[in-house]
Design a protein around this ligand. Structure first.
Ligand code: ATP
Ligand code: MG
Length: 189
């Protein structure tokens, strides 16, 4: 699962890059799942908001997973859109049927890397609910924006998952940060 404390820190960017890297480097087959129901999600970026996806699988357990997957231009990388909003269950967020669908994906794609592009932790309860279902969490942290207290609160919400990796994103490099700058600082030419 890829998440962050707040919106816009780079979750979808990171999820897509991890997914593409694994597939392109031949490390395994990958299923990237859009778990974020907001209007400008990855599915919207890919013009796939009307395509069947996760919500359709939740609402209709007889629907074949294969009929909802979108093949990408990268070999070994498939994408599951968020799905049609009109079939969402009455419960907001990650309900029991959504968790059951994630488990169904896990069983069906047991040998794939399944990457969940989620909502932010401090905006919805989704990541906290999903934390117990996933093997690893990638927590994206936007440099110079997210506060330590916000990150700590988020990590507390995710404590059901013992394997959390932090990614510091959107770091702005200046000349003083270039490789070797520290070593040569103050040294004579
Ligand atoms: N490392 C990066 N380098 C350059 N641009 C980035 C990087 N990370 C994110 N961005 C850009 O920042 C913007 C926000 O990124 P993204 O949509 O991935 O964030 P998000 O956390 O998924 O947002 P949301 O909470 O709205 O889903 C996008 O325009 C994305 O291309
Ligand atoms: Mg996103």
């Amino acid at each position: 699962m890829v998440t962050s404390a707040k919106p816009g820190e780079g979750k979808s960017f990171t999820a897509l890059n991890i997914a593409a890297s694994i597939a392109q480097n031949g490390l395994g087959e990958v299923l990237l799942v859009d778990m974020d129901a907001k209007p400008k999600s990855l599915s919207a970026t890919m013009s796939l908001t009307d395509a069947p996806g996760l919500y359709n699988l939740v609402a209709n357990p007889t629907l074949r997973i294969e009929d909802t997957l979108v093949r990408t231009g990268i070999g070994g990388l498939s994408y599951l859109p968020i799905g049609s909003r009109d079939v969402t269950t009455s419960e907001p967020g990650v309900s029991r049927p959504v968790s059951a669908t994630i488990e169904r994906l896990r069983r069906r794609f047991a040998h794939h890397f399944i990457i969940l592009d989620c909502a932010p932790c401090l905006s919805t309860s989704d990541p906290s609910t999903l934390a117990a279902l996933v093997d690893q969490i990638v927590m994206v942290v936007e440099a110079e924006r997210t506060q330590r207290s916000e990150l700590e609160s988020s990590l507390e919400l995710l404590r059901a998952c013992p394997n959390i990796t932090l990614v510091l994103n959107k770091v702005r490099l200046t000349n003083s940060y270039t490789f070797g700058a520290y070593y040569y600082y103050g040294s004579k030419p």
